[in-house]
Write a protein of this length. Structure first.
Length: 134
């Protein structure tokens, strides 16, 4: 079998590349739709957007440093949740945050394959001595 899906990541064994599975890309597209259409989002929606983005970052090895504005909003989300806000509470999403989230989501939706890291078989050296320390 040339391709395998495992935990939301599609691995191409012939080309030795990985990318997000179709279900994840579908969630990214839905997240972009939600962000694009509303200036207010529930904490649950915002958490879902960040959840699928962070998954894509790990699966595709995307840089997050470029998305400081979105990451700042993610830290705010944590503050809302720890101060007793309910998941259904609505929060205003600034235009700058929306732009950054949309740019980040579009990058993830492109789903550009990344090389699978080859694991080298390392060498282990164990050194012992004759001390009484065990």
């Amino acid at each position: 079998k040339e391709e395998e899906n495992w935990l939301g990541v599609k691995y191409n064994l012939r080309t030795q590349e990985a990318k997000c599975a179709e279900k994840v890309v579908s969630k990214l597209e839905k997240a972009k739709e939600i962000v694009s259409e509303s200036s207010c989002m529930t904490l649950r929606q915002l958490a879902a957007v960040f959840g699928v983005l962070i998954f894509a970052v790990r699966a595709l090895k995307l840089p997050i440093a470029n998305h400081f504005v979105a990451m700042k909003a993610m830290r705010k989300l944590e503050q809302y949740c720890t101060t007793g806000g309910g998941w259904s509470d609505k929060v205003q999403v600034f235009q700058s945050t929306k732009r950054d989230l949309i740019e980040w989501l579009e990058q993830a939706i492109r789903n550009e394959p990344r090389p699978i890291k080859k694991v080298s078989h390392g060498e282990v050296v164990i050194t012992t001595d004759a001390s009484a320390w065990g």
